[in-house]
Design a binder for this molecule. Sequence first.
Ligand code: PDD
Length: 277
Amino acid sequence: MTVYLNGEFLPESEAKISVLDRGFLFGDGVYEVVPVFGGRLFRLEQHLDRLDRSLSAIRIDPPLDRAGWTRMLEDLVARNPGDDRSVYLQVTRGVARRDHAFPPDVPPTVFAMVSPIKAPDPALFAQGVSALTVPDTRWNRCDIKAITLLANILARQQAVEAGAAEAILVRGGFATEGAASNLFVVADGVIVTPPKDTSLLPGITRDLVVELAHKHGLPVMESAIPEASLRDAEEIWLTSSTKEILPVTRLDERAVGEGRPGPVWRRMFDLYQDYKR
Ligand code: PDD
């Protein structure tokens, strides 16, 4: 695998960073995951917009401009041919003696790599996945795509140990998103997802699902989801760049709706697949 590190393309085994990198010591950085479908970086502009917002929120000057990011990412994808893939891109505040405050005049560390996206098991779309509700113990800026993911990791692990695929995070009585995905429910035939605020990541897949619903006349609403309403939802979905749109058919060991992927999910899944081509 060829990776990108600070201006160079290298074999992964030769890419080295300092133990003083602030990403390593503090989790002081941000990231993006951009899917590559049919050789094309999917919704790249939206991912780069979000990267700009994350960098600006943590006050790192963008190390590359829009054309520079695009050129680098396209080059990296070309050097790592394959089927569906995703690019992981990380920017940290760079290498400096350990001190919490920002170091002066240190260039950020920029790293990118390509990973295969596992094609979903067809059984998964026939049966759906299980999810577990878990208290959201994260900080108050979940809109920043920070590499500091300890609370997400603990939530996902709790779900996995309970035999579930994803944790659905609950904050102040409302379900906000998954440990690494956004949340949708279908209630009375209406697709509902929480509005974008600091309690969740503004997912690129989430935005596309909302856009496709509007475009194709499916009723959709951005509205907070009380935890209790998850129990009466006809359908629950989770979305992300690598998982696309996953139907959740069991929540906390109880069936969701009919216990099978629902008709609204099927319609949205098909619209998404058409859009990808
Ligand atoms: N995670 N919410 C959280 C907390 C996430 O980490 C992600 C994505 C999403 C979905 O966003 P998008 O549709 O832009 O992928 C929502 C990535 C895939 C990851 O951490 O691997």
